[in-house]
Design a protein around this ligand. Structure first.
Ligand SMILES: Cc1ncc(COP(=O)(O)OP(=O)(O)O)c(N)n1
Ligand SMILES: Cc1ncsc1CCOP(=O)(O)O
Ligand SMILES: [Mg+2]
Length: 535
């Protein structure tokens, strides 16, 4: 017999009568009380992102009521739950079994990100922390589901303490709502954005790398304001407040979406921003849906499949696949071959470049802005992002799609601050430490090289395949390789065997040539061929 079969007799996994609910609450000790988790909904147990997702608690798609399962427990609930402050049933999963579930997944698959929701007992928090120590993942998102809308503390004090002392220090981001933030800080009152900032800083001192305090319950606020503290800066993220009863599960969705974006390679700030926009759009799409008799209904997570309007209006910011064929211009080379910057950019795009960087080391500021504006028109008309090398001021002046900065340029964190969350920031990195810093600074991708010797950039050390691979393995962000790459060696670069190496950035193999279009096509066909074999 499988080890835990006897624990789950048929038909017992949901729909507990009220008496048994109370027993469960008592079993947990302390003042654990089943109830709703309020404005931002709830999720149970850990979920996984990055090639694997488990149970409705783990994804964008959960939470229309009925039964939900995460490794922590099985619960039954519907839209009336929050009125009564009761779930219809909760069935805790034994700690040993949670441990086995975690081992089963973490030992087998390359899990990039784990997201936790409600964790019902100290024991399960311990099991989770031990499992994550044994099988470290790239990022941990902790949604500290512990306080209901009505203010009920759903976690026993001992669970709360375990959360704070064991789980939070392991988290890359923790996402409390106002009441959870208050509970974590001993019940202080949080009423303003300033209070949220102070709370985020105080929770940060427990050890998580980032704290997102969600302001859905902020009194007298016409916007939906969340505050992200990254250890240095408090980012105030403003969105539209959607007036609707269908807010059940927004917190769970937000945290799951953050996890999914992190697994795709986004930085924390980007992931939070995308998740916030996702939740806002989903709420807006679903605001008039009527499902269930209770006061708080579910919302529709699949709105993008159903409504073109939500896709059409979307300015998609950064797609790591755009790094495939990254054309980096060089004014000297273009001058040598008698072509203008706009001719060069048009030719490389027509040849198949997927992103363009203007690297104009000799242009004065006026010339740079003017040529950037002209190139931007060409890029926009082809749907190809245009980045500016080094010069954040030029990027701002012409509203380019972003910048690429190196280790001696403006720090990526400053570039991000100046450009805001919607622009692309790339950073040159030669070491794992630089790659980690780029992620912390809110970059979208890193450029790594020179892979081969190059004459295009003076005094640039060559990393070789080993150096490139080391940086890729350490990087949480997607990587583009650069330095001496051409159609003859691009395949060998792309086949070093790392998932987050997304493409090659090339200067002379495209622009120090007679026909930019032909050279770009040649490189493109190699890369497309490699992508097919890598799939
Ligand atoms: C995609 C990409 N990767 C690396 C670099 C190099 O940037 P940096 O180190 O700042 O050197 P310069 O290009 O400014 O000389 C890049 N430009 N693009
Ligand atoms: C800008 C830069 N950064 C690292 S290597 C390099 C030059 C790449 O040029 P090329 O593709 O001609 O080798
Ligand atoms: Mg630079």
């Amino acid at each position: 017999m499988p080890p835990y079969q006897s624990e789950f007799p048929q038909g017992q996994q949901g729909g507990f009568p009220p008496q048994e609910q109370r027993n469960f609450a008592n079993e947990q000790g302390g003042d654990y009380r089943p109830g709703s988790t309020g404005n931002y909904g709830q999720g149970s147990g850990p979920g996984f992102a990055g090639g694997f997702r488990q149970g409705p608690g783990a994804g964008y798609n959960g939470d229309a009521g009925q039964y939900r399962q995460g490794p922590g427990f099985v619960q039954g609930q519907n839209s009336t739950g929050p009125v009564e402050g009761q779930w219809q049933g909760v069935h805790p999963v034994p700690e040993e079994f949670v441990k086995e579930q975690l081992r089963s997944v973490l030992s087998d698959m390359n899990v990039d990100v784990v997201k936790t929701g409600m964790i019902p007992s100290v024991g399960i928090v311990k099991v989770l922390c031990n499992s994550l120590r044994e099988f470290p993942v790239r990022a941990l998102v902790v949604d500290p589901v512990m306080v209901s809308t009505s203010g009920d503390v759903l976690s026993a004090p001992s669970t709360l303490a375990e959360y704070r002392d064991e789980l939070l220090p392991m988290a890359d981001i923790v996402t409390p709502n106002l009441k959870e933030a208050s509970a974590l800080l001993g019940g202080i009152s949080l009423e303003t954005v300033g209070d949220m900032c102070s709370a985020a800083k105080a929770i940060h001192s427990f050890g998580p790398r980032n704290v997102l305090v969600k302001g859905g319950d902020l009194p007298d606020s016409s916007d939906a304001i969340d505050v992200l503290f990254d250890g240095e800066q408090c980012h105030e993220l403003r969105g539209s407040r959607i007036i609707t009863r269908n807010t059940h599960g927004t917190g769970c969705t937000l945290a799951s979406c953050i996890a999914a974006e992190l697994a795709k390679g986004s930085s924390i700030l980007q992931a939070v921003w995308v998740a916030k926009m996702f939740v806002e759009s989903a709420l807006n799409y679903s605001k008039d849906i009527v499902i269930g008799n209770g006061p708080q209904g579910p919302f529709d997570h699949l709105f993008r499949l159903k409504s073109r309007a939500y896709n059409a209006g979307q300015t998609s910011r950064f797609n790591a696949d755009d790094l495939l064929l990254y054309a980096v211009t060089d004014s000297r080379m273009n001058k040598k071959w008698g072509r203008s910057i706009t001719e060069a950019v048009r030719a490389c795009i027509e040849g198949g470049a997927t992103i363009v960087q203007l690297r104009e080391k000799e242009a004065n500021t006026r010339e740079f802005v003017e040529s950037a504006e002209a190139c931007l028109q060409i890029c926009r008309s082809h749907g190809v992002p245009l980045l500016i090398n080094d010069r954040v001021d030029v990027a701002l002046a012409c509203d380019a799609d972003g910048v690429h900065v190196g280790q001696s340029d403006m720090p990526a964190s400053k570039a991000r601050e100046l450009l805001g969350p919607r622009k692309i920031v790339g950073v040159s990195c030669k070491t794992p430490a630089q790659a980690e810093q780029a992620w912390v600074d809110g970059a979208d991708y890193i450029g790594c090289g020179g892979v081969f010797p190059t004459n295009t950039k003076e005094n640039n050390p060559t990393l070789g395949f080993d150096g490139l691979k080391t940086v890729c393995l350490a990087s949480k962000l997607p990587v583009v390789a650069i330095g001496g790459i051409n159609a003859g060696n691009a395949r060998s670069v792309m086949e070093i065997g790392v998932r987050n190496l997304k493409g090659v950035a090339v200067v002379s193999a495209l622009f120090d040539r007679d026909c930019v279009g032909t050279e770009t096509q040649r490189l493109r066909s190699v890369l497309v061929d490699v992508s097919v074999t890598r799939c």
